[in-house]
Design a protein around this ligand. Sequence first.
Ligand code: UPG
Ligand code: MN
Ligand code: ZN
Ligand code: ZN
Length: 981
Amino acid sequence: MMQSGDPICNTCGEQVGFNANGDPFVACHECNFPICKACFDEEIKEDRKVCMRCGVPYEENLLDDVEAKANRSTMASHLNESQDVGLHARHISSISTVDSELNDESGNPIWKNRVESWKDKKSRKKKTAAAKAEKEAQIPPEQQMEEKQQSPDAAEPLSILIPLSKSKLAPYRTVIIMRLIILGLFFHYRVTHPVDSAFGLWLTSVICEIWFAFSWVLDQFPKWSPVDRETFIDRLSARFEREGEPSELAAVDFFVSTVDPLKEPPLITANTVLSILALDYPVDKVSCYVSDDGAAMLSFESLVETADFARKWVPFCKKFSIEPRAPEFYFSQKIDYLKDKVQPSFVKERRAMKRDYEEYKVRINALVAKAQKTPEEGWAMQDGTPWPGNNSRDHPGMIQVFLGHSGACDIEGNELPRLVYVSREKRPGYQHHKKAGAENALVRVSAVLTNAPYILNLDCDHYVNNSKAVREAMCFLMDPQVGRDVCYVQFPQRFDGIDRSDRYANRNTVFFDVNMKGLDGIQGPVYVGTGCVFNRQALYGYGPPTMPNLSKNNSSSSCSWCGCCSCCCPAKKATKDPSELYRDAKREELDAAIFNLKEIDNYDEYERSMLISQMSFEKTFGLSSVFIESTLLENGGVPESVNSSTLIKEAIHVISCGYEEKTEWGKEIGWIYGSVTEDILTGFKMHCRGWRSLYCMPLRPCFKGSAPINLSDRLHQVLRWALGSVEIFLSRHCPLWYGCGAGRLKWLQRMAYINTIVYPFTSLPLIAYCSLPAICLLTGKFIIPTLSNLASILFLGLFMSIIATSVLELRWSGVSIEDIWRNEQFWVIGGVSAHLFAVFQGFLKMLAGVDTNFTVTSKAAEDADFGELYMIKWTTLLIPPTSLIIINIVGVVAGFSDALNKGYEAWGPLFGKVFFAFWVILHLYPFLKGLMGRQNRTPTIVVLWSVLLASVFSLVWVKINPFVSPVDSNAVTQSCISIDC
Ligand SMILES: O=c1ccn([C@@H]2O[C@H](COP(=O)(O)OP(=O)(O)O[C@H]3O[C@H](CO)[C@@H](O)[C@H](O)[C@H]3O)[C@@H](O)[C@H]2O)c(=O)[nH]1
Ligand SMILES: [Mn+2]
Ligand SMILES: [Zn+2]
Ligand SMILES: [Zn+2]
């Protein structure tokens, strides 16, 4: 009945309506599926040009109509919007002044008392923890379980640890051990069977092989006991968000770092910010700090726009629980958004939201367009005052707070999380320490303004893909059983917009799904720079609460009379053996921020606290009493009494460029300086202090970023990482020995860290090894003597065990064989180019003192069909792999022609050499593809083979050419031999 009159749209439930001629609107004449014009237009815009029910393509004339209209409407909104661009721009009121009078307050009694109570608490906490551990140790585990079940609160753990099942682990470990044994036998054979005719080649190859075996050991053993974890976020909310009570979830400060708005488009950063503001977490517990290292007015103005847009976006996300909450990625999803959406208003509101987002995007793009050309007199803000950051290397610190408790509410009148723009002061002559410096500035600003006990840091391009991400982390951090000694919870990095075959191993699956899970079973995953929730106290250089620390660890054994253990109790001292003492000394070095109470005990109350403040706190944390005070509040929060303008003033103070001088920032606390991979170093420091970290990988990836998909950018990224490792290797933080005495870094964990810093050096043997087959082919020599039976079995065994470990590893980790192969290939490509350069640059830096710079990777705003993939910028990095490919191809050609010349018996040895040459070419194949750029539309392999075959045939022809005299061909062989090394 309904059908006959005005049918109802199947998508939005409204009447379908009529077309221009007054007939009911029909989208599909094939099946007459009822859909209204608005929903139909939406479908077309989403690029679904076939009927929803029968799949028949819509008629052309209908389509044209929609597209024309779409074009017109964007133009119109563009024009409208460009007029009021920047209207919302507010004026920055804060100007940096380093206000040193503020430390007058350091003698303040409130402060003193806090230090006292803090010391008290620390020792009490340690005692109760120790007592509890002792008690638990006495009770048998079954009983413990019972006890826990009795009280409903403690009964249910928030997370569980799932070790690898026995059936997977046992064969895996067996194969590893077998591989180790075979390797031993293999080397025995290799060393005892030198090739006399090519001793140099043989020696080189054996050295290379030993190095490879060594790096395999470093890589393999940290994967000895991989684990998985599962979280229960519903239990978390049952425990901390009881109905009728205010939420007890811990607050989190988010850090987003950006530096160059041209390489890191503001829209990308904005999406990250929006995804944070729309998080599924109590709004008053979330603050988002954006660090702008480029001091760009563009970044600032786009943040102003973003704060405004968030007022619509956030309530929309929360109302319909959409995922992900970064609009760009939400709207570009190619899924059926109507599935399991019950609210009838959803479709309409979604459409309106999409329009709003498009308009917002137009505004941002207008800002970007405007920023392309800097005016001669520099930028000026809306009210005419010049932008303070006009010189990005010489400007005051800037802070602007948006939204939040006292700021604008969303369109439904609800509070929004606080959003803070921060651009730290930069002056010539001051080191700014790149990203690490920026993060440290944020640590201090956030301590002054909000001081949440946890910190989550993200690169500007890593948006929150799972709005429950923080809850996942809290399942570990807020669980007293688990979280106490956890310095951070790391999430894997996942990526969007990578070519399907992941040619340059951008996804890094092997690292994130194999190595990191392995580390989680030891002391915890390494910190990878983004998507990581820190315990703020761990960033302040403290050791974990349950670890005995330096001076306090023998307080019980210290003399009760004089309070020390050396002046009057020699007997006590004698009970300690020297190695213990040495350890203590080492621990002291590690517990950087904890002041030495022993020294202080001889002074009276007042003097003591003065000393504490001056000697330790200020030396460690710098001259801000507000900041120092905040570090003493273990559960975070800011004192209520302080008014906000004082706080802003103090925040400006702590981001001044000289603040860190003569402090421990970057040396012992915060993000650690001295390497472009500050992440590895920062995590390493914490593990050395005895903290553990956790790996959290929920089904829905929590954060997603972008990765460089063209060859040159990728190589430069890998170069930066490798350089960072070499820098650490050459620094005082070298994992080979740093913190060895204290014994808090587990030895397998140390092995993993050693692996992450020595891998660039593998480039040297790798290059040698990759040129060996070519040299062998050219000279007619070989690195392996004629094989005996035993040797053949060894070779075969080695191959089998290599394959077996990979297979078993992929079985427990779930990564695909393709990922492993890509990883292998890129290990060679990166190894023979980027890593090699990193080694040289690293040494150059050490010898000549040249500073290395942090070249940020450019992030594409919109992926234009992987256009980037084929882009190739010429860099010197490309030279070594290119030459390796060429000499190997030439080698193969020469080998064939030589065999042809020599006759039948030459083919046997040729096979071995060609096999190795192909091994090299195969590994470098993605590189070759990258070099060829777009042309690979005709499969590169064809091009390759044709070149190869053509050369072989031409050479053959030359060889049998009657015009070439036998003397000539002799000369050729002679010259080949002279290449011998
Ligand atoms: O002076 C600087 C330089 C960089 N950044 C930020 O650092 C981040 C990472 O830069 P990117 O170019 O994306 O480097 P990637 O190689 O993609 O990043 C990986 O490797 C880096 C270490 O080299 C880590 O810092 C990152 O977290 C990790 O994702 C970006 O947000 C930048 O804005 C700054 O804030 N200030
Ligand atoms: Mn990045
Ligand atoms: Zn149809
Ligand atoms: Zn409709």
